[in-house]
Design a protein around this ligand. Structure first.
Ligand code: CA
Length: 429
């Protein structure tokens, strides 16, 4: 893993080297204290949550460029108002927070009353969905994933469809069923048809799967009819989250022709609660795969729009004592980057809005253990995963918990995403 040299910044809050939330990260989320109160915006640091509504009320975050009488941004149940403000304000707030949390800054460090009010142990809060997500689009941007799935469907000669290397393929998903990490989901019912069966049947899916993905939350949107150029796309991206795009493969196989995924996907999509800003990921920018053929000009951008984010999937199978790591991948494998996804999504004038979620599609890598879903890991269920307790998994069983985590490794610190986790509950009868 790449080691990034970073100034050894330190904070007045204890943070271990393995923590996902050092002062270099400062991810935003929405929480509610378990002791009661309304939802509000917070930032994670170490094992603590900083209540930004308190800091804002005390005038500790007031950005110079903003009028003093503006509406509060952080005493809210979503990040949307803040995300709509754009990068200059985001950067200023991030800078102020960073200053307040420094070890040599007495304002917060030495004010016991302020610390009591503004710093809560992570275990004392409930993390909520960070944004009001109006629209959700899921891309299909990993060449390895598209190739592996295409090979199963059409054979190795025709694995990639003719359009795949020319545009970032996607479908419009369902925002209403995007849930925050920790939300358990029931096995969905649906219509399926076995290859040899004469007719379809209705019942619980027998091949529920996960998909290891990441996603961006859109900050300022664009007006209808006004595309976002690829070299301005970063201005519209607030930050990144982990995404588990739960999938019912048997429902998908029968329903997807000819218009694509529908009920196989929209029974639930889980995202991690902390949104990591692009600023925090800047030291971990990396070159993505070489694109050949060269994309059309509206999709051409620098190669270093990829990020070196180590990703893992852990399966805690029902009836077993411990989770098992079943996949290790990296966001940098992604063929189409977020800027290209934003540019393509809006090239026809389609308007993105603040809070929209754009997910990458399953992030598979070149090695067998980097395949980001069971469909690939088990070759369509034909080679089930062998678990340490002797049981096997072609697909998920009731009671199985899937957790995904990811982080960038710096020198002595990590900029991480925490986790997105969820358990598959039995179908509702
Ligand atoms: Ca997907």
């Amino acid at each position: 893993m790449q080691e990034i040299d970073g100034a050894a910044e330190s904070t007045s809050i204890p943070v271990t080297p393995e923590s996902h939330f050092p002062i270099q990260n400062l991810p935003f989320g929405v929480f509610r204290p378990r002791s009661g109160g309304t939802p509000r915006v917070g930032v994670a640091i170490g094992e603590m949550v900083v209540d930004l509504s308190v800091l804002e009320r005390q005038g500790l975050l007031d950005p110079a460029a903003q009028p003093a009488n503006r509406e509060p941004l952080f005493c809210r149940s979503s990040l949307n108002a803040f995300m709509a403000c754009g990068r200059p304000l985001w950067s200023e707030v991030r800078e102020r927070l960073s200053q307040l949390l420094r070890h040599d800054e007495p304002r917060l460090r030495d004010d016991a009353e302020l610390r009591r009010e503004a710093l809560l142990p992570m275990s004392d809060v409930e993390l909520l969905l960070p944004a009001e997500i109006g629209d959700y689009t899921d891309f299909y941007s990993s060449r390895e994933h598209a190739t592996n799935v295409g090979t199963m469907l059409r054979g190795p000669e025709n694995a990639l469809m003719p359009n795949w290397l020319h545009l970032p393929v996607a479908y419009h998903g369902r925002a209403s069923s995007v849930v925050v990490s920790g939300t358990d989901l029931h096995r969905p019912h649906g219509q399926t048809k076995a290859d040899i069966a004469p007719a379809p049947v209705f019942g619980p899916s027998r091949s529920v799967d996960f998909e290891l993905e990441m996603g961006v939350l859109i900050g300022p949107g664009n007006a209808l009819g006004e595309p976002i150029p690829v070299d301005r796309a970063r201005d519209h991206i607030f930050g990144l989250v982990l995404v588990n795009d739960w999938s019912a493969r048997d429902i998908q196989k029968w329903e997807y022709v000819p218009l694509g995924p529908f009920l196989a996907k929209n029974f639930g999509t889980s995202i991690s609660p902390w949104v990591v800003m692009l600023e925090a990921l800047e030291p971990f920018r990396a070159a993505g795969p070489r694109q050949d053929p060269l994309p059309l000009s509206y999709l051409r951008c620098q190669r270093d729009e990829a990020y070196d984010i180590h990703l893992e999937v852990l399966l805690h199978a029902a009836g077993t004592d411990e989770p098992v790591r079943i996949c290790t991948s990296n966001l940098r494998h992604l063929y189409w980057n977020f800027c290209q996804q934003v540019a393509h999504h809006t090239c026809n004038g389609c308007n993105l809005r603040t809070g929209d979620l754009l997910a990458t599609g399953t992030i598979s890598g070149p090695s067998p253990d980097s395949r980001g879903c069971l469909l690939e890991l088990t070759t369509g269920g034909r080679n089930p995963l062998a678990l340490p307790n002797g049981s096997t998994r072609p697909f998920l069983e009731d009671g199985d918990r899937v957790s995904m985590t990811g982080w960038c490794q710096g020198a002595g610190y990590r900029v991480g995403f925490g986790e997105v986790t969820g358990k598959l509950l039995p179908a509702i009868l």
